[in-house]
Design a protein around this ligand. Structure first.
Ligand SMILES: CC(C)(COP(=O)(O)OP(=O)(O)OC[C@H]1O[C@@H](n2cnc3c(N)ncnc32)[C@H](O)[C@@H]1OP(=O)(O)O)[C@@H](O)C(=O)NCCC(=O)NCCS
Length: 166
């Protein structure tokens, strides 16, 4: 970070975060599988970590896009959540979170869920803050940057459509 210029652009790698949880009985339904709501909470936390690291400010969750739960996750499993900032707009940023379940006996990982969240940077009084732009460096980061722009356009056109409804 350049302390002289708090809005100087930063690479995606500065926001990359990893969070690991062990699924305990209190996180599970009666069939010993992880509750969807608990996973959504962890996704929000992992996303917020990346947003905080990038914006270096308080953030609030503005939206979470749809989440598919691809495989059940059993009690005792390790759940690995990786997050990073995909793209910054002005005061908001899109963060991607990808989740795996880790079988530490067989040393295997399986994709559990992915989500995109939008966070808005705020100061201590709730005022919006301009977020430093993010610099995608790898091909994958560039693809995510472009995809985030498309999702933003879809969200804006849907917002306009809803405004015009009676
Ligand atoms: C999120 C929140 C700050 C947006 O407030 P708002 O008055 O709509 O703010 P603005 O119109 O000034 O928009 C601020 C930014 O958020 C973006 N934004 C607002 N709602 C959004 C949404 N649903 N999805 C994606 N982006 C959104 C805007 O596009 C804008 O981005 P930009 O500055 O990068 O262009 C406000 O709705 C809020 O505080 N919500 C509660 C947040 C919270 O408590 N979350 C925890 C879960 S309850």
């Amino acid at each position: 970070m350049n302390p002289a210029d708090p809005v100087a652009p930063r690479p995606v790698r500065d926001s990359q975060s990893e969070m690991v949880e062990i699924v305990l009985p209190n996180d599970a339904n009666p069939l010993n599988a992880l509750l969807g709501g608990r996973l959504m909470h962890w996704i929000d936390m992992a996303g917020a970590m990346a947003a905080h690291r990038h914006a270096r400010s308080y953030v609030v969750t503005a939206s979470v896009d749809h989440i598919d739960f691809l495989v059940p996750v059993r009690v005792g499993s390790h759940v690995v959540l990786r997050s990073s900032v995909n793209r910054v707009f002005r005061t908001s940023m899109e963060v991607g979170v990808k989740v795996w379940v880790e079988d530490y006996i067989q040393d295997k990982r399986q994709h559990v869920a992915s989500a995109h969240l939008t966070f808005v940077a705020i100061d201590g009084k709730g005022g919006r803050l301009v977020v430093p732009q993010v610099i995608p460096e790898t091909e994958e980061q560039k693809r995510r940057y472009d995809d985030a722009g498309r999702r933003r356009e879809l969200w804006r056109s849907e917002k306009e459509r809803r405004k015009s409804l009676p």
